[in-house]
Structures are given as structure tokens and as C-alpha cells.
Design a protein around this ligand. Sequence first.
Ligand code: FES
Ligand code: FES
Length: 184
Amino acid sequence: MATSARPVAPAASLTSAGGPTSRIQVTVNGRSVVAEVEPRTLLVHFLREVLGLTGTHIGCDTSHCGACTVHLDGKPVKSCTVLAVQVSGREVRTVEGLEVDGKLSPVQEAFVEAHGLQCGFCTPGMMMTATALLARNPNPTDAETRDAIRGNLCRCTGYVNIVKAIQLAGKKMQSASSAPGGKP
Ligand code: FES
Ligand code: FES
């Protein structure tokens, strides 16, 4: 994916007048971003309020719900537990970065097909956790899937269809990689 520098002016919306700020450079969904942030700015607030990436949700203030899950250097993290200054020089992927060239990822497709959501509030975080799980284990058992999403809470579904959706996504990824021209 092409990378381009993008100065971010609205950081002022997150800074108090006269307070100290730090300049960060971070790659978000394949694009390089430079911004001034306060030392206290959380990654989730930076993503939502500065970059406008509101697919990353805030569902609690106790680091429990997982709605804010994004990938940091390929690993799922709760972005409400990370400071924006900590991601300088690193790569962040949000739910907006799952689709490629306008095509939904296998995980996104599977959540639709297997009805892995109801209200959808937990879904971005679930999909980021699922994507990371399937990258290391494309054929997870029920127990492995439930263990992977233990940090993502859903108040609607009872988790049954979420587990089905994740396992369906794994099957989709395996059949895509075994198809002619698919990635190994
Ligand atoms: S907003 Fe709930 S864990 Fe981050
Ligand atoms: S679908 Fe509503 S919280 Fe999970």
C-alpha cells in the first residue's frame, strides 16, 4: 500500500493551551501520519478524534471491554491502554484497514455471513482480535477461539455466532490460500 506523509493539524483539539506536546510519526493503515500530541493522549483518542477513525470504539473506562482493540505492529492491543506517544515509529492497523481495495477481508465477510453481530458495538474489536488469531492459527478450535476473544466483551450475541464467524473466516482464508495464485 502506498505510504504518504500527512501532517495533522487538528491535534490542537487534544492539547491544552500551552501544554507540552510531542511530535509523533506513526503508520496507520499503511499511511504515514505526523502529529503533535500531549503526553497523556491515549491511542484510542488519537485514532478517533485526530484521525477520525471512529471504527475503533470506546466501551468502558476500565480496560475490560476490548471494543478499542487495534493492531500494534501486528499484535492486538487495547488502544485505551496505550499512549499515542508510545506508538511513534510503529505501525497501527484499525478496523478501517481490514478491507483491501474496497473488498472486505475474510473476517469481515464471515461476520456478515455467520451473523456474528447484533448491535455491532463490539464488532470492530472482535474482528481485530479474530484477524490476529487467524494469522497465527487459521483453524482454531472452539476453545482456542473463545480463549482468543476472552478480552473482548459482547453484550448481545452470547458469542456463539462470533465463534462461528471466526472459524468460517479461517476456512475462507485457508481455501483462498490453497486456490491457484493464492498466498501460501
Ligand atoms: S475501551 Fe474498553 S477496553 Fe478499551
Ligand atoms: S453485538 Fe452488541 S455488544 Fe456485541
